[in-house]
Design a binder for this molecule. Structure first.
Ligand SMILES: Cc1cc2nc3c(=O)[nH]c(=O)nc-3n(C[C@H](O)[C@H](O)[C@H](O)COP(=O)(O)O)c2cc1C
Length: 352
């Protein structure tokens, strides 16, 4: 099988297969393992402080000399509703107390970092490939990246978003199908959440938008990798298959839950972060659903639930933390990320 195409040449990689950025579980070790095998690792730094961002980039560079992408969250922060936030805080405190989670959320000053604070670091570290989700960077940041010769990869969940990204002159578009695990990259918010399957999305962007497409959502074996090239994709981006990898920071109970899940277990929820995301249904999601309570938007809800999730993770408790996973995540394996990657490559090569 000839893997070489325009994208592999531009990125200077051997295989057009990208390990998806997965904030919360992707480590520099995971990124380097995939890049060292000739794929493209992606380092997620969405919403992190400039100091953490720098440390992660430098750590990854110490583990690989091959190209890797750095992934940003480019969302705006909406105005906050004090009343909605206070009522969610009360609800979370009651939920924690009822479930033996020793935590008491206090009135807090929110502190959010903007991707704009990360831009100078990315230039300083000469990051050549930048992917982003939750929106589009502002014109000034796009110009800065372009002047620096960086390759830009935006995320679209419908054709309209793909066209907006094309207008911003991004170099590649990740078409994130509804099968995908984790947050939806959706940024067109004046209509209901787009729920386009990967096949429809990739093939239509390939047909109507003159920007190369990277397929994401539900790709988990040799067959699905081969399929996306038939649909017109330039690369496959794969997340869930790496959740249980040795280099993943996912807690043990999360890795177990993903390996045991079936196709219907991972559902869309706003309960953890205020943004739609796909994860395995658990007690926390059920409790928020049943309470029928108004959920503050991202990133407020994300901040509010952080202490609960952190405590649950500390105790290897899968009931009160987010278990992001895609519809095909059940096939993931507990292996080194480099082995998972090469297994996918060999499987695709073995399919006539
Ligand atoms: C645990 C997890 C965390 C994720 N975090 C990010 C992220 O930080 N940035 C991003 O652009 N996409 C993120 N995603 C979405 C992935 O980049 C990708 O779209 C998705 O994993 C592809 O579908 P799949 O999970 O079926 O392979 C995340 C996905 C998962 C499963």
């Amino acid at each position: 099988m000839n893997w070489s195409n325009e994208l592999t040449k531009r990125f200077k990689i051997d295989y057009p297969i990208i390990q998806a950025p997965m904030l919360g579980l992707t480590t520099p070790e995971m990124v380097a393992a995939v890049s060292n095998q000739g794929g493209l690792g992606s380092l997620p730094v969405g919403g992190l402080s400039p100091m953490d961002t720098l440390a992660l980039i430098q750590k990854t560079k110490s583990l690989t000399t091959r190209p890797f992408a750095v992934n940003l969250f480019v969302n705006d922060v909406p105005a906050q509703s004090g009343r909605e936030i206070a009522s969610m805080r009360r609800f979370l405190n009651e939920l924690a107390a009822a479930n033996g989670l020793a935590i008491e959320l206090q009135d807090q000053q929110f502190q959010f970092y903007s991707y704009k604070e990360q831009v100078p670091l990315l230039l300083q570290e000469d990051v050549g490939i930048i992917s982003f989700t939750f929106g589009m960077p502002d014109d000034a940041s796009i110009r800065t990246f372009k002047n620096n010769g960086s390759v830009l990869i935006g995320t679209a969940t419908c054709l309209r978003e793909a066209r907006l990204l094309q207008e911003q002159q991004v170099d590649y578009i990740v078409a994130q199908g509804i099968e995908a695990g984790g947050h939806r990259g959706t940024f067109v918010v004046d209509e209901p959440l787009p729920q386009i399957g990967m096949t429809s999305l990739v093939s239509q962007i390939a047909r109507y938008v003159p920007v190369p497409v990277i397929a994401a959502g539900g790709i988990h074996d040799g067959h699905t990798i081969k399929a996306v090239f038939s649909l017109g994709a330039a690369a496959a981006q794969i997340g869930s298959a790496f959740i249980a990898s040795n280099e993943s920071k996912a807690i043990d109970a999360y890795k177990d839950a993903v390996q045991k899940m079936t196709d219907t277990d991972a559902v869309l929820t706003r309960a953890f972060s205020g943004r739609w995301a796909r994860g395995i249904r658990n007690k926390f999601m059920n409790a928020v659903d049943q309470a029928n309570i108004s959920i503050p938007p991202y990133p407020y809800q994300n901040s509010l639930t952080t202490p609960v999730r952190a405590l649950a993770q500390k105790h290897n408790n899968k009931d009160f933390t987010n278990l992001w996973a895609g519809q095909s995540a059940g096939t993931c394996e507990r292996l080194p990320a480099g082995e998972i990657f090469m297994k996918l490559v060999r499987e695709a090569e073995g399919i006539g």
